[in-house]
Design a binder for this molecule. Structure first.
Ligand SMILES: Cc1cc2nc3c(=O)[nH]c(=O)nc-3n(C[C@H](O)[C@H](O)[C@H](O)COP(=O)(O)OP(=O)(O)OC[C@H]3O[C@@H](n4cnc5c(N)ncnc54)[C@H](O)[C@@H]3O)c2cc1C
Length: 392
């Protein structure tokens, strides 16, 4: 595959013998979320100077919880954070699939991708994962600037939204699904698409019997219960939007979520009746997806995470892919050769894998929309576990 890119390498860091290795010594990471913070940590570990520009002045995260499959734990382990994530989350052995009334269809144990000392999966609140990552980045010596974005990028030269400027060997666009870096460098034509589904989520007390991901197939989509801590879980419903459309008035969120879960029995029915009461606890999102054609770089700018490949959450791999991108990128740009060679290697290692996750997630969503109750949901989920277990 031929990629447009830079022909020379100007950066590099000194290795133990005083020899310059790698194609970058100064990097700007735009976006202080899961992918950007992972890239910052991986680059700092290799001795690269990193500035981070995060648009949110509070540097907070919104949302509920996140599933961390084995490959996510393996990637976090490379950053020294897997053990803390498990300590602060809930270790899980596998998934169970049910009919809407609670009848068990399949029990899928997952294997220990991250090694025998780690569980197959972990659930954690987004805020706890964010604190782990931000604490590690603060300790890493990276320069984090909050309430800041990029207004213009010209080669490695950046003009920031506060008027300041900087020169970098590499600019990493880790600014999420609505990436500004992508718009500035790759054009406004690449836009996320609505997948036809919405996702409802709410934190609930963990039912003691729920020790893994429990999914329930309903008429319009799937409900699930995912542990996030010994005392906490989240209840989710991914489905076609309610008759009124994707937007539900803020003061009708709890009532509408309860209504949309009406057909479900078992733990889902019990949680619905006991805990979906306050509108402010309910998070409703339209599910969007985007996959940028390769290469995900132009000149000195590269996209990672949701900026390059955002998927529906059907196989819980979005954040895992973002952390893996970060590790592979840092490894390649601090390895041998020019920046273009490094970014070509990054693409070779990342594109097909991320595309697979996007395709599988899209397929499961389509089956749900088409009400393909005969489709092999468990088989495709298991296949995604096997493929993402492959080394990166
Ligand atoms: C409903 C739902 C459930 C999900 N569940 C899971 C799950 O269980 N497991 C899983 O692995 N994944 C899940 N995902 C996907 C996961 O959340 C994303 O893939 C992951 O957060 C991507 O990380 P990122 O760093 O690329 O982007 P983000 O996490 O979105 O981070 C982007 C960062 O960039 C900042 N930013 C945005 N614009 C700018 C700008 N212009 N300038 C500077 N900074 C900017 C943002 O404030 C943010 O800090 C789910 C997604 C959805 C929608």
């Amino acid at each position: 595959m031929a990629y447009i890119g830079v022909a020379v390498s100007v950066g590099g860091v000194q290795n133990g013998e005083g020899r310059f290795v790698g194609s970058v010594s100064r990097v700007l990471v735009v976006g202080g979320g899961i992918g950007g913070l992972s890239a910052t940590l991986a680059l700092r570990r290799a001795g690269v100077e990193v500035d981070v520009a995060e648009i949110n002045p509070e540097w907070s995260v919104y949302g509920v919880g996140i599933i961390q499959p084995g490959n996510a734990l393996r990637a976090l382990d490379a950053l020294g954070l897997a053990k803390d994530a498990i300590d602060q989350g809930f270790a899980m052995e596998g998934s169970r699939f049910h009919l809407a009334d609670g009848t068990l269809l399949a029990d899928l144990p997952f294997h220990r991708v991250a090694g025998p000392e780690y569980p197959p999966m972990n659930g954690i609140t987004r805020s706890r994962l964010h604190v782990l990552l931000t604490d590690a980045v603060k300790a890493s010596g990276a320069d984090v600037r909050l309430g800041l974005t990029v207004d213009a990028i010209d080669g490695g030269h950046v003009t920031f939204s506060d008027g300041s400027e900087g020169d970098y060997d590499l600019i990493v666009g880790a600014d999420g699904i609505h990436s500004r870096v992508r718009a500035l460098v790759f054009g406004e034509d690449i836009q996320p698409e609505y997948t036809g589904q919405v996702c409802w989520r709410i934190n609930v007390p963990r039912p003691p019997e729920v020790e893994g991901i429990w999914m329930f197939a309903g008429t319009n989509g799937k409900a699930g219960c995912v542990p996030l801590a010994p005392d906490l879980a989240y209840l989710l419903l991914i489905e076609e939007p309610p008759p009124g459309g994707e937007r539900v008035p803020d003061d009708e969120l709890a009532a509408t979520m309860r209504e949309r879960l009406a057909e479900f029995g078992g733990v889902i029915g019990e949680l619905r009746d006991a805990h979906i009461n306050r509108d402010e606890d309910v998070v409703l999102r339209s599910v969007m997806a985007v996959l940028v054609d390769p290469p995900w770089y132009r000149d000195r700018v590269v996209l990672i995470g949701d900026a390059a490949h955002a998927t529906s959450p059907h196989v819980g791999q979005g954040a895992a892919m973002a952390v893996e991108d970060a590790l592979v990128l840092a490894e390649e740009v601090t390895g041998e050769g020019t920046l273009q060679e490094a970014l070509d290697r990054f693409m070779e290692r990342r594109y097909e894998r991320c595309k697979f996750v996007c395709d599988v997630s899209r397929q499961i969503g389509r089956w749900e929309i088409e009400r393909r109750h005969d489709a092999d949901f468990a088989g495709l989920t298991q296949q995604s576990v096997m493929v993402t277990a492959e080394p990166i």
